[in-house]
Design a protein around this ligand. Sequence first.
Ligand SMILES: [Fe+2]
Length: 368
Amino acid sequence: MSTKDSVAKAVTIVDDEPLVLDMLIRAARSWEYEVETASTAEGALLSLERRSTPIVVTDLNMPGQGGVWLVRQIRRRWPLAAIIIITAGQDTDAAVECLNAGAYRYFLKPIKLDEFRHALDITLRTCQLQDEHDRYHERLERTVRRQTRKIRRTFLSGIDSLVRTVEARDHYTSGHSMRVRRYSLLLADALNLDEGLRKQLGLAAKLHDIGKVGVPDVILNKPGALTEEEFDVVKQHPVIGERILAPIIRNPNILATIRSHHERLDGRGYPDGLSADRIPLLARVLSVADCFDALTSARAYRSALAVDQSIRLLEEGAGKQFQPEFIREFLEHVLPAIRIRPDADRLSENDLAASAGNSSFVSSLSTD
Ligand SMILES: [Fe+2]
């Protein structure tokens, strides 16, 4: 359909004087306008309800509600309609009032038909240009939305590749980020976090260990216990992650969550030693999910713990490492929704014995 066809060449003419109305109708039809008519303002509204036209031509002085009232009604209900006022010379104040209320232009009686035709044609063209402009904007908005979705998909694919690159260096952590994301979102649901926070948490969870690209393989895959110096290097991964992502992720909440995912409630975590609610909310949520997956997954330096052992360690960490309510919600609502593989290796009795009385045990198991 061409632009011109998108706006009907149609006009509603409103006048209580039959001779004037008849003259205007005949003239408009002779110029190939489709014409709707009314002799009162109220009748005009009924006519527009039946069929709205892009142009309305109305007299000002009519029995019942006058032209000023009609202009206001049309403006409110058909905001795109162009209104032309016809008035006697003494009504210029009311005509100006109509212009202020949104009428397009006014004519003084007696009407010169060639001027009337010119006004109709100019008004119709204005309506067509406005329509063309609106359609162009709609198309533009659709294109921008489509491109934004495309860029976002590309960005997320890039992020996925980055996560896979990190996890490929250590087959023990394969799938860790996506599992942590899933557990985090389940916990977010249990805690009734709003959709905005949920989205931030999902991305932060996926990316939380990205900083491990800065940790040497020899440390990342070391089968035995880390030395203090080596552990100091591992402790840098949340900071490195924040630094890597800062140029591409503008949301400070997501960056802060990644930086703080190893902080502990008692202030003994890293990298900043934050405590209690100085730790960002989403980092406190993420740390529960991260730790649970670390406990129930095998690592280069230990076997996976069974679920009941992991639960016990999480409970022991409540109030020290983790927000107690988050542990409660995790065990009550998230755990039943998670299927841990049944053949998960159990931690050896020696490992458990070594853990007795060590308040940092959970933390040391979940440095990753
Ligand atoms: Fe980590």
